[in-house]
Design a protein around this ligand. Sequence first.
Ligand SMILES: CC(=O)SCCNC(=O)CCNC(=O)[C@H](O)C(C)(C)COP(=O)(O)OP(=O)(O)OC[C@H]1O[C@@H](n2cnc3c(N)ncnc32)[C@H](O)[C@@H]1OP(=O)(O)O
Ligand SMILES: O=C([O-])CC(=O)C(=O)O
Length: 368
Amino acid sequence: MSGLAGVIAGESAICTCGLGNGLNYRGYDIADLALKCEFEEVAYLLLNGELPNKSQLEGFRKDIIAGRELPQNVKDVLKAIPATSHPMDVMKTATSALGCCEPEADDFSDQEEKIKRLLGAFPSFLVYWHHWHKNGKEIELASDETNIAGYILERLKEKTPEAVEVKAMNAMLTLYAEHEFNASTFANRITASTLSDIYSCMTTGIGTLKGHLHGGANEVAIKFVLQFDNVEHALKEVDAIFARKEKIMGFGHRVYRNLDPRSPIGFELARELKELPTSDPKLFDIAKAVRDKVRDDKGLPDNIDFFGGLIYHYMQIERLYYTPLFIMSRAAGWAAHAFEQRANNRIIRPGSEYTGPAPRDFVPMEKR
Ligand SMILES: CC(=O)SCCNC(=O)CCNC(=O)[C@H](O)C(C)(C)COP(=O)(O)OP(=O)(O)OC[C@H]1O[C@@H](n2cnc3c(N)ncnc32)[C@H](O)[C@@H]1OP(=O)(O)O
Ligand SMILES: O=C([O-])CC(=O)C(=O)O
């Protein structure tokens, strides 16, 4: 089956794309989680199977905050990585470096501690590297912001974020946190199935997420929207792209053929953010017109990455940081899957259908 489409590759109790309104984490509808919870509650749910009560959430949050500070060795690695590096490569390398400094126990007895450490450290990797290379200064990693959403925005931009931005960031972290056997989660799960360590699971996930057919679609989608100064121009280009039989990033999905249930939530968040004084509302109109045209002409729904890109643009976040933000969220899903795999493990090793040459005689060097 090409691309393993339609293949059931294993069992999981974490998430389903297809029940209820279309996307549930541990049985809870994504719309409730995205708009009524902090991301920390959702990460706890994914990792532990139940929503936290107040004291469980406070303990979880405290541990994540404690994970923000980085070892000097990791800071040195971040300083040494060139300013021109792709931020996804920065995240992958910093994750590896942290794994060298603070390896996971061989028996995985500290796996819960390690993922809380990583949820705290991922935003720090990006803000530390960003400020060192872009602003020539060493940023303080401590902050009064108590949740991950506020922390990312405040440390990156060094100003108190607007409430609407924190709301949207929280929701985006939740919308991106988990998605069953998507490519990066499945890759991370394969790594877990070899009994490798959690940092290796994470770097596997990061490398797989980077591609434009997966997490990297959001940075291409916004680049597409930004090139137009009016709706007519954008719609003409959509026709031209279809005539060339090319794809528009941020559309289509392996599982959702009619609607990505995350998209209407992202659409409403973008609508709210376009009211910020720094936002260009015309971009929202262009994105909406493109969405409608692609859906009407091709029957292709927008996926979360289409309006996701616009949301981060309205927050004035650099385009190449959108997929690193995805890591900060999906890490919770990756870890939940790695732990689930470890709890009932058999190495993942499918077969392949051989299409190569039939057995033949070896040809010695002098006869080739
Ligand atoms: C968080 C996420 O990772 S969400 C996904 C983010 N990725 C993107 O937005 C990249 C753009 N989209 C795509 O490339 C694909 O839709 C994928 C990778 C998401 C899914 O791939 P598949 O399930 O293999 O779908 P497939 O490529 O077979 O598409 C089915 C048909 O729709 C077309 N199609 C799919 N996506 C698009 C698109 N974005 N633009 C134009 N046409 C598309 C395909 O060309 C194909 O047409 P055909 O039947 O005439 O050949
Ligand atoms: O499920 C997929 O194939 C891609 C996706 O939407 C995700 O990982 O969030």
